[in-house]
Design a protein around this ligand. Structure first.
Ligand code: SF4
Ligand code: SF4
Length: 155
């Protein structure tokens, strides 16, 4: 069953990338799967519709749960990152306060690899951020604030 749900997640990402106009070959490269698998997904073959329904429900969970479940099911960090950034339909931005001491803990905590240290201060790539809040919750000096862009809601 976990393998089928992982396929459901890849199916959802395939559909989203197709909507953006990517070719089957490009979708295959983006998701790290065979082009023939992409073709099967787009033609509705070899699919468990229950698994797709479960996968769709996962995309509606809070970002942290969606991230962690996807990482566990897909078992490949880069593929999981791509699925999450493709299927996550919210945008986030981060504010790093001057109290940041450059310890790098948030860099290690970020499963999306969206944080780097620049001049001993955390720098967040908002394109890669999925809003999981692991960095905000783990920062020892409370120096990261993650905001959902569309409604300015602070978690
Ligand atoms: S965990 Fe906090 S203090 Fe440490 S680098 Fe990240 S933002 Fe700065
Ligand atoms: S909220 Fe923080 S830990 Fe989560 S993806 Fe965004 S930058 Fe990374």
């Amino acid at each position: 069953m976990p393998k089928h749900i992982a396929s459901g997640l890849k199916y959802l990402a395939t559909i989203e990338l197709k909507k953006k106009g990517l070719t089957q070959q490009k979708i295959a490269e983006e998701l790290g799967i065979d082009r023939s698998t992409v073709s099967h997904y787009l033609n509705g073959r070899n699919l468990s519709w229950n698994s797709i329904a479960v996968a769709r429900t996962m995309t509606e969970l809070c970002p942290k749960d969606f991230l962690i479940l996807t990482k566990v099911l897909v078992k490949d960090a880069k593929k999981a990152q791509k699925i999450i950034s493709t299927c996550q339909n919210k945008d986030f931005e981060a504010e790093v306060l001057d109290s940041c001491i450059g310890c790098g803990l948030c860099v290690d905590l970020c499963l999306m690899e969206a944080i780097s240290l620049e001049s001993l201060k955390a720098n967040v790539d908002s394109v890669g951020c999925c809003g999981c809040l692991l960095c905000q919750e783990g920062c020892p000096t409370n120096s990261i604030k993650i905001l959902e862009v569309n409604n300015d809601r602070e978690y």
